[in-house]
Design a protein around this ligand. Structure first.
Ligand SMILES: Cc1cc2nc3c(=O)[nH]c(=O)nc-3n(C[C@H](O)[C@H](O)[C@H](O)COP(=O)(O)OP(=O)(O)OC[C@H]3O[C@@H](n4cnc5c(N)ncnc54)[C@H](O)[C@@H]3O)c2cc1C
Ligand SMILES: *[C@@H]1O[C@H](CO)[C@@H](O)[C@H](O)[C@H]1NC(C)=O
Ligand SMILES: *[C@@H]1O[C@H](CO)[C@@H](O)[C@H](O)[C@H]1NC(C)=O
Ligand SMILES: *[C@@H]1O[C@H](CO)[C@@H](O)[C@H](O)[C@H]1NC(C)=O
Length: 528
């Protein structure tokens, strides 16, 4: 069975609806008929034929059997995907894994899930750090890994990227053209989750986040309609997709705006603990310095590893330079004595394996996120707190990484109607802390998670004392015990809810796709 409805036909249907001022999804929307338009006659599928008259008893068994019948066994498997980053995600057992290769197949999946009331989860690169984020026990895990389109537009101003790509795939493709996009910094991370949650890049000080540099999204909505979402076509949805996560549909193609990028200056450095104060001073000055020079990306991390405390940095600058005469913004940093340093001119693609190696796949993992107003004394207290608490945490290397949302980055986030994150340039600059650690034994889960939560809670207490607290949490780094959306601000949450109601009136992406960050509360609640 093959779908006969083309994307052009869908766009036409939607344009007609808009002209008639009708609701995006009609009140009498009929899933069976929508499936028929996708080329699926439910009366011809024995399990589904029954469903037309009686309601679902064993939804996922019916859904998975139907997917197999329609798309063949090679696209439907009874095992979970093997390419998760975190072991807690790999352990989740779906009823089946469906690996679509086109937007039409994704549309059919959404409609079949609706018809059978079988829950699903969507996976791009599978780097979300907690179970249920891109996996689902007993439901359908939709693995987008086969959707690996990479295609430059004729004028090379945008690139169409399928959600099966990892960042190394994207940058390697663009290298011969001396082009790049604003995207992730680790080779193996997927384009989907990173871009939908924001997307911190080496280029963020100049261009904003990945989500701020999207020309358009091709999206499958709750009614299985395929639309192209841009600032002009569906401005409310375009805004919501810029940071709103998996709440509005399944993105089948991201059209990223390209930028010029040849070789970059790239350096990774390690330091003894006694240089942490100097590193954090340099961090603070470089964040403010971004107002004069947006070409630098930098972070400072502190970690505790087999009885040793260590600090590390990574720097990327848009253009190579002679290290003897660095740009002003890097001078203070580069003057700090290192234990170990590697410095090289590299392509953007070549910079990416480093971070994937520092944070390898195949462990139990947790990530926690919190932003604060830029305050170097607070960062010093937070790194001391890490060094104090870390020996009691049964992780391989408890760490906290400090990154910045500089003023120019915050300004770039306001382009094209702004994003959904609720970060105002007037309140910035901000710094952001990522608590991350990995371990091996499930018996240690609770102790580690509580220690991580305690670290974040204590940091928040410090910040409140110092008038440096900011409620925003960065979704791609947040734990399921954090109410991420509340940090976007009540007005933005209300706006996101309204957009959801308009394009997904029956709440498919909340009730049938329950995983990851929804509008209210923390995915697992705040009690561990
Ligand atoms: C080693 C490492 C390095 C990292 N480096 C960076 C970095 O440099 N910058 C940064 O900003 N973040 C970084 N992160 C965080 C990263 O952005 C998140 O882990 C992100 O969720 C990964 O995206 P993914 O597609 O691989 O994840 P997935 O687990 O596949 O997806 C995460 C969520 O997004 C949803 N989703 C994914 N694709 C789609 C889609 N096409 N349509 C609808 N929903 C979708 C999923 O349903 C899921 O809920 C890093 C993480 C790791 C582990
Ligand atoms: C949906 O359409 C099918 C086929 O036309 C019909 O049999 C069914 O009764 C309709 N369902 C609803 C809920 O209206
Ligand atoms: C990087 O390129 C610059 C400019 O061409 C050059 O001066 C410098 O020596 C190179 N750096 C390294 C580490 O090779
Ligand atoms: C941290 O704060 C949250 C929210 O206020 C609370 O629910 C939780 O119990 C606290 N946890 C720890 C370990 O302090």
């Amino acid at each position: 069975m093959k779908g006969f409805k083309t994307i052009a036909a869908y766009v036409f249907v939607v344009a007609t609806l808009a002209a008639a001022q009708e609701p995006f999804e009609p009140l009498d929307f009929n899933v069976t008929e929508a499936l028929f338009e996708n080329g699926i006659d439910v009366t011809a599928i024995p399990d589904l034929a029954g469903l037309v008259i009686r309601s679902s008893l064993q939804g996922c068994s019916i859904a998975c059997n139907s997917l197999k019948l329609v798309f063949g066994g090679s696209k439907v498997s009874s095992s979970p995907p093997v390419t998760y980053w975190s072991n807690q995600q790999s352990e989740v057992e779906p009823y089946c894994t469906f690996s679509p290769s086109s937007a039409l197949e994704v549309s059919t999946l959404v409609l079949l899930a609706r018809l059978t009331q079988c829950q699903f989860a969507v996976k791009s690169g599978g780097h979300a750090a907690f179970p249920g984020a891109s996996s689902i026990e007993g439901g359908i895990t939709v693995d987008l890994a086969n959707m690996k389109e990479r295609k430059l537009s004729a004028d090379k101003k945008t690139i169409a990227v399928g959600p099966g790509n990892r960042w190394l795939d994207v940058y390697s493709f663009l290298t011969p053209y001396n082009l790049a996009v604003v995207g992730g910094r680790a080779a193996s991370v997927g384009v989907g989750g990173l871009t939908l949650g924001g997307g911190i890049s080496h280029h963020t000080n100049h261009y904003g986040l990945a989500c701020d540099n999207i020309a358009s999204y091709e999206l499958v909505t709750a009614s299985g309609v395929m639309i192209s979402v841009s600032e002009n076509s569906f401005p409310d949805l375009y805004w919501a997709l810029r940071g709103g996560g998996n709440n509005f549909g399944i993105v089948t193609t991201f059209h990223y705006e390209t930028l010029s990028q040849g070789l970059m200056f790239a350096s990774k450095r390690n330091y003894a603990q006694d240089h942490v104060p100097a590193l954090l001073d340099a961090f603070g000055n470089a964040v403010v310095g971004a107002e004069r020079d947006t070409k630098l990306a930098h972070f400072v991390a502190v970690a505790y590893f087999s009885g040793m405390t260590i600090a590390s940095t990574e720097f990327e600058y848009f253009t190579p330079f002679d290290v003897a005469s660095p740009p002003e913004i890097l001078k203070e940093y580069l003057g700090i004595p290192t234990l170990q340093a590697s410095t090289r001119n590299m392509t953007l693609a070549e910079t990416t394996p480093g971070l994937s190696e520092t944070m390898p796949a195949g462990f139990r993992t947790t990530m926690w996120s919190q932003s604060f107003r830029l305050n170097v004394e607070l960062m010093k207290r937070m790194s001391d707190l890490l060094f104090t608490n870390a020996p009691g945490i049964p992780c391989i290397a408890p760490s906290v990484t400090f990154q910045a949302f500089s003023k120019p980055a915050l300004k770039a986030m306001q382009k094209k109607g702004g994003n959904a994150l609720g970060l105002s340039p007037d309140d910035g600059p901000f710094f952001h802390a990522l608590f991350y650690c990995s371990w091996t034994e499930a018996k240690d889960d609770k102790v580690v998670l509580k220690a991580a939560q305690n670290y974040i809670n204590t940091s928040i207490t410090f910040a409140k004392e110092m008038n440096a607290y900011n409620d925003y949490m960065y979704m791609p780094y947040s734990s399921p015990y954090q109410p991420v959306m509340s940090g976007y601000g009540a007005d933005n949450v209300a706006r996101l809810k309204a957009v959801s109601k308009k394009y997904d009136p029956s709440g498919v992406f909340h009730t049938l796709q329950p995983g990851y960050f929804k509008f209210d509360g923390a995915p697992y609640g705040t009690t561990i």
